[in-house]
Structures are given as structure tokens and as C-alpha cells.
Design a protein around this ligand. Sequence first.
Ligand SMILES: [Zn+2]
Length: 345
Amino acid sequence: MQALVLERKGELAIRDIDLPLDLGENDVRIRIHTVGVCGSDVHYYTHGAIGPYVLKAPMVLGHEAAGTVTAVGAGVTNLKVGDRVCMEPGVPNLSSRASKLGIYNVDPDVSFWATPPIHGVLTPETVHPAAFTYKLPESVSFAEGAMVEPFAIGMQAAARARISPGDVAIVIGCGPIGIMVALAALAGGCSRVFISDFSAPKLAIAAQYAGITPVNIGERRLADVIAAETEGWGADIVFEASGSPKAYAGIFDLVRPGGALVMVGLPVEPVTFDVAGAISKEVRVETVFRYANIFDRALQLIASGKVDLKPLITGTYDFKDSIAAFERAASGDPSDVKLQILMQG
Ligand SMILES: [Zn+2]
């Protein structure tokens, strides 16, 4: 079957590759329609590794996908042939302790699309457990369905934050995940979200949304803006979504006493962290790794119209041009948020 294969760091090919398509009793077969290009796909392409995950053999990229069910296993009751669906790319071991606790996102045994050595889904067809395959509401397009995966990270961050209605939040970092976090925080009840970055084009994209206030930290100190806007009290929640070690300098100056810091961005190196600053305000510190039990809720929010992810899709490519899509994503144009690849027209 044709697929977009990362042969080794820096080398992509569209070529035939053998992928298992055996349909188990609880699986569905899916004709893939749309696949989003994720920062992690691009990072494997440009660096060949993310932390402990190192590319050692050719791997199919892509994990943000939507498509149509073409066959169902004998034991599947929640889906039928013809259903439009999106898929959760991480499949845990359902017998694991983490799964039994409901925190299957941190199951050490999880297999996750396009994380070495597991193949992704930039290919016309795949087989997936029905339990991790979600029917798209009629009003949700394939393009939006393929946005559920990155949005789920924002939703997980909002859930971990334990937002109270009316909370004021800050999101540090206006990349695709930062924007997803900001939208999820608003949907979760925040009254205002300040989002900070150095990049004016990135901030302009986030500022299209009502409730999001951009702060260009090349021009203004974030701490000054927050102090002025909250009468010196601070934000209820600070989401760190840049992954930059520098973001942690003075980060607790932004949080109100008793507020929360939610860490979403993954720094590549250990970070220095002002423990006394956190303790003196009794700041609650949370971390976010992927998501668990979020896809249904994300789809409901999108279907309700409360969250519109369509403006974030800034380019769409046919599969035959998918290498060009990766070149564009790797070039890091700040006015791009999400590029998507169509497996079929
Ligand atoms: Zn992703």
C-alpha cells in the first residue's frame, strides 16, 4: 500500500510499504480521508527523534486522521460501514494498571501512531480498535475531524486546570497547541485568555477569536500586562505551551495566590523552576501528556459550534504533494497553523 514514509532523518518518500490490515473482532477498517501534519511528525522528519523515541527503521508518518469505516469486526456494535469517523492515535493496553485507573494516556504500554516504531496513517487505509474510533456528528467535516487530535490536547489541559467559571487564564506560546489550549480554556469557562508570543503573525491568528487577547512579548512584558489587567492579583491559571525553558523565569509572578500552573509544552532540556515562588503562593502545578477520555467531548464542542477550528487550517495538500506539505511545515511559516493532507479528493 502507498504511504508517506520517513525513511530516515531528513528523507521522505511516497512508496509502497507492507502494513497489516487484519481485521480483529473488535476492530474497524477505515478509508483515510484527511490527515493533519503535526509538529511531532515534522520533528521526526527534521531531527529523527523526540526525546527517548528514536527513528531506527522507516516509519509511516501521520496521526491526526479522519475517514470512513469500510468494514467492522464481528464484535463491533458502536460503528457501522459508512460511518464517518476520527481516531484516537494512541491505543493502550486495556489490561494495564493505567487503563484501569482511567489514565490510559500514561500507560507505559501504549502504542501511538507515528511514534517509533509504530506506523502512522498517511496511507489510504488502516485498521483500528473500534473503542478508539469516534463517529463524527453530521455537522463535523473530515477536516475538522482531523483537528480533534490536537484540540484534545488543549481540552486535556483545560480539564487538568480545573477551570472555574470566569477564570482568567494566560497561555504562554501561540503555536498550534497554544491556540488549542486557549480555545479549550474559553470553552471550559474562562472569561478571558491572554496569549503571549514573540511572533505577530501567530498572535494575529489567535486574536481572531473573541475572548483571546494577544500579548506580544517582544514589545511588552507579560507580567506588566497581567498586573495591569488583574489589578496586581494575577491570573487564575497559567498554561505553559511554548516548551521554552525561558518561559519559566518569573512564571509564578503571573499566577494569583492559590492559582494553577499547567505545563503543556515539552522543553527539550531540564528547566530551572522557582520552587519558593510557587510555594509562597501555594500554586497548584499540573502536567499534561496527550489526553484520555477527551475525544467524545471535543467532538461535541465542535458540533455545538462553540469551538470553530476551521480558521486554523491554513493549507490543504493532495497526498501526491505530501512531501511539499512537510517542506512547508518544516519551514515554520508563522502564519501557518495546521496543514492537512487529503488521501482522497
Ligand atoms: Zn498531533
